[in-house]
Every structure is written in C-alpha cells, then in structure tokens.
Design a protein around this ligand. Structure first.
Ligand code: ATP
Ligand code: MG
Length: 414
C-alpha cells in the first residue's frame, strides 16, 4: 500500500480524551477512531491487525476441532428466561431494546443460551458428540467504566467457543487442550512470555475458572504469580485454603497487575438443562449435554499487545500480526530504486507499506514509522545506494545495516 494513498493520517499529539497507552498510540498511528467511550471503529491498518489476530485464533481453534459459526446480535428473551438470566441482576451490563411491535429483545453480551438452544437441532445422540462450536463476533456490554481503550469496550470483538461433551473427563481433556491452544495464540501474538494461566473464581459454575493474564501495569486485575511454576492465582480467590489446594506457597508468589486476555469455564449442565439440550446414550438413556465456554477478547488482546510491547517511540508489532511486514521509506535520491523495490516486493507477496510521500521530511518519516510499528524498516536514499543498497532496521532494535537490494529481496522470499 502506498502511504500517499492511505486515507488515515498520523497525529503528533495524544488525543485529549484518552488516558490508556493503547488508545493513545492506536489513535495517533491511525489504527482506530473513537466514536464514544469504549466504542472504537477500526481503520484500515487497525483492521489488518485485528483480522490477523482473529485468523491466528481461528487456526488454533480449528486445530482442536472447532467449527466456526456466526450467531446473531439480536437475541430472543424466551431463550434467556429458561435459564433465568433474562432478569438476572448480575447481568447488569446487558443492553436491551425493543422491536417496533414492543417486544423486548437482547443485544448480545454472550451466547451460552442461544447456542445451547441452536445445538438442540443437531445433537440428539451420543453419536453427535463431542462438538466444539465457536465464533468471532461483536459483543455489547454496558460497562460502567470504559477508560482503557480497546481493553474495555462497550462494543468489542470476542472469540467464544462452547464445548459439548458427554463426561466430566472429556470436559477436562478439552479444557486442557484449549488451554494449550490459548498459549499458542498468545505466543504467536508476541506476548506468550508475559501471559500466565491463572486460577480464578469459577462462580457461579464451578470452583475455579482459568484465566489467561498478561502482565502489565495497565491491567485491571491483580494476580499472585509463581514464575517458576508459570502459574498464578487471581486476587479474588487468593486465600490460604486455595493456595494449599493448588500447592502454591505465599513466599513464591509475586503480586503483579495483569490484563485478562482470555478465560475458560466449565459450565457443566447449567445451560443444557435449562434449554433442554440432551442426548441419548448407547442404552437409550437421556442425559443433559456437558458444556464448557472458552473466551478470548480479540480486540482487548490487540490493546494488550500495544500496552505490553510499545516503547517510548510508539507501537512495536510482533511479526505475525503486524499490519505490514515491511515499511519501505523513499528518501531523496532513492525514489526510483524505492519504486522498483516496492513493485518487486509486491510481486513476491510481501506486505509493504510504502512511504512514497514527497513533501515529508526524513525525520518525520522516521518518527511515523516508529509510531506505526511495522517490524522492518527499509530506507532507500542517495546515501543508502552509495553505501551499496538499502538500509534495514528492525523496529525492536537499534542496529541498522545497509544490504544489497537483491540480497534483501532474496531474504524476503524465505
Ligand atoms: P472482565 O472481568 O474483564 O470484565 P469477563 O469475565 O466479563 O471479563 P467474559 O465474559 O468471560 O469476561 O469474556 C471473555 C473475554 O472477553 C475476557 O476474558 C476478556 O478478554 C474479553 N472481554 C470481556 N469484557 C470485555 C470488554 N468490555 N472489552 C473488551 N474485552 C472484553
Ligand atoms: Mg466483564
């Protein structure tokens, strides 16, 4: 993409109404546009990142047997009345509205009930199990505070997977499989070394749920981390009794702030019983299906990555989710060669943002490149050409080196 054609502009100044680093940098870099507190539109580069994160999650969920669906945002109250959650005071974040006829409908904040109801059409026998169904869909929540940019949206993208199995053992097995898949997601998103599986309150479904917490001072959660065991406990369940049960020692634990990027719950038969989701076993006996739920805040994850990896000059995107792999900068005397290099990189299917703008100073191009955070910066200038090629620098390093253009192109094919 030629930067001269990109409609978004970067900003030098931080937006006055934002306090969170992710919101400030993503707005300055032209990734997102704030509509109101906790409500952000995705601009071209922001959408590229979000889609890449979603695709990583998709791949990892498909790899453990997930089948993707896309459920509706408008929800039928009758389904929620069966589980007694339509009027549940704990669901105080729920946006609801009315049809023209006056009938109330819900605006999706989660999907246990609609999916359990839907699966009734497709599960009736033990032969129909297990099933793992997921979606990547917008959720709406009337959050009281929304000052954390993408990390706490009133409208945000979530991946929610639901498992349908016959036994506690199978539930447990899938729980572990999904936990491993989650760690793969976080590793591919560049925050694997800062993200820890964390025991948290499992109420109202089970004693514990598993959270995936990314260490950051911007986090809203406090966790107690055992770095050696790579395990943590959320403050909300941090009692002597729980520590003893989990075989964790107070002295080994460090109190740290963290961002909940994902969580998994064993739901049991709470929703299948309410919705009448049952199967017949081999002896023709009927049982409620056992369910689990597995969430990742896709847009929160994008915010968390910015929070955790950015430096004083701007965003630092990990390779797999960067909006582009290469940021090519044409500086005076290098325009012609830069044009040629751009075409060749495109022909090799390399994703390039090409700063071909003519009326922008070198200093400005460099600082915008740092702000936008593409992993590799490649400068073509009179000086670089005299030095033998293009000047290449990784966003997360200070080393610059001039390399031959063909050698660079070769490197980009591998
Ligand atoms: P939190 O405690 O942060 O409000 P939650 O327990 O309500 O999260 P779930 O309902 O289990 O979260 O949602 C699954 C995942 O969706 C969470 O782990 C989190 O990553 C993400 N998420 C939840 N609420 C928001 C929000 N308001 N904005 C962005 N992401 C969110
Ligand atoms: Mg919440």
């Amino acid at each position: 993409m030629r930067q001269s054609e990109l409609f978004t502009k970067t900003r030098r100044e931080a937006p006055k109404d934002e306090v969170a680093k992710n919101a400030i940098l993503l707005t300055r870099g032209g990734f997102i546009h704030k509509e109101m507190a906790g409500v952000y539109s995705m601009l071209p580069m922001g959408l590229r990142v979000l889609n890449k994160i979603a695709d990583i999650i998709r791949e990892e969920m498909n790899a453990i047997g997930g089948q993707e669906v896309f459920l509706t945002t408008l929800q039928d109250p009758e389904i929620w009345k069966k589980s007694e959650r339509w009027s549940d005071e704990a669901m105080d974040i729920w946006f609801k509205t009315e049809l023209a006829t006056g009938t109330e409908v819900g605006i999706a904040n989660t999907h246990e009930e609609p999916l359990a109801n839907l699966m009734r059409q497709h599960i009736s026998s033990y032969k129909d199990l297990p099933r793992f169904t997921y979606q990547i869909q917008t959720k709406f929540r009337n959050e009281l505070r929304a000052k954390s940019g993408l990390m706490r949206g009133r409208e945000f993208l979530m991946k929610d997977l639901y498992s349908f199995v016959q036994s506690e053992k199978e539930l447990e097995e899938f729980h572990e499989k999904c936990a491993d898949a989650y760690m793969k997601v976080f590793e591919r998103c560049g925050i694997g070394d800062k993200t820890f599986r964390t025991f948290a309150d499992g109420e109202p479904f089970t004693k514990f749920s598993d959270e995936f917490q990314t260490l950051s001072d911007a986090g809203e959660d406090i966790i107690y981390l055992d770095r050696k065991k790579e395990l943590a406990v959320n403050k909300e369940v941090y009692t002597d009794e729980v520590l003893a049960e989990l075989n964790l020692k107070k002295d080994d634990l460090e109190e740290v702030k963290a961002i909940e990027v994902g969580n998994i719950f064993k739901l049991g038969t709470r929703f299948s019983e309410a919705e009448g989701l049952e199967y017949l076993d081999e002896d023709g006996k009927s049982h409620p299906v056992i369910m689990g739920s597995y969430g990742i805040g896709v847009s929160r994850l994008m915010g968390a990555i910015v929070e955790v990896l950015a430096d004083e000059n701007g965003i630092v995107w990990p390779a797999e989710i960067a909006p582009f792999s290469v940021h090519l900068l044409a500086l005076p005397g290098g325009e012609k060669e830069a044009d040629k290099l751009y075409e060749k990189l495109l022909a090799q299917n390399v994703e390039v943002l090409y700063d071909n703008r003519q009326d922008i100073s070198a200093g400005q191009k460099f600082s915008e490149a740092d702000l936008i955070g593409i992993p590799q910066r490649v400068v073509v200038s009179e000086r670089s050409l005299e030095g033998g090629g293009v000047e290449v620098k990784a966003r997360d390093s200070d080393d610059e080196k001039v390399i031959d253009i063909d050698a660079f192109l070769n490197k980009m094919t591998n």
